[in-house]
Design a protein around this ligand. Structure first.
Ligand code: HEC
Length: 156
């Protein structure tokens, strides 16, 4: 009988840890993005009057394509651009893209998302419909040869 309780306890622990996965209001599939591969050695990616501090995190599947320049990306590959406030170094925004088979065949089947964070609170926002991602696609189409990802920061 006590074995059952131990099992129940273990299951509960797993469930609780799982629930923590959805941290800061982020959906579970990206909640641990900061444990993924960081693709940029430098933080300052673009020349500009106001340097932006950003990091790019890519999941294991995306890393297989990006780091070996083997395209297209596999189903489910996810890349995240994390933006910080240069003064406070607080993460303010996540820009994400993930491969979803059949989602938007004309534009490489990428689904885009923006997650915005107010102060130290939870992130709002989420994955967008294909119709709403025109702004993202309009620019990322320039990187069509590398399956809509710029990857300009790799190894810089
Ligand atoms: C004006 C052009 C432009 C627009 C619009 C744009 N991006 Fe990007 N994006 C870039 C560039 C350039 C990079 C390469 C990294 C850098 O310099 O910031 C990039 C990188 C990324 C990356 C990392 C993967 C990669 O391509 O290397 C993600 C994820 C991303 N953008 C998401 C988005 C989302 C989501 C939107 C729409 C809300 C968006 N981007 C709109 C230009 C753009």
């Amino acid at each position: 009988m006590w074995r059952r309780w131990i099992l129940a306890g273990l299951l509960m622990t797993v469930t609780l840890v799982g629930a923590q996965g959805a941290r800061l209001g982020l959906p579970a599939e990206i909640a641990d993005y900061f444990t993924w591969e960081r693709a940029n050695p430098q933080k300052d990616l673009e020349e500009s009057a106001h340097p932006l501090v950003k990091d790019i995190y890519i999941d294991e599947l995306a890393a297989q394509s990006a780091l070996e320049a083997s395209f297209p990306y596999g189903e489910g590959s996810t890349l995240i651009k994390e933006r910080m406030n240069p003064e406070t170094l607080q993460v303010t925004t996540l820009y994400a893209m993930r491969k979803v088979a059949g989602f938007d065949p004309d534009n490489g089947d990428w689904q885009y998302a923006v997650f915005e964070r107010e102060d130290a609170g939870d992130f709002g926002g989420g994955w967008m419909s294909a119709e709403n991602a025109g702004m993202c696609v309009g620019c990322h189409v320039k990187a069509k040869d590398t399956d809509y990802t710029f990857l300009s920061y790799l190894g810089e």
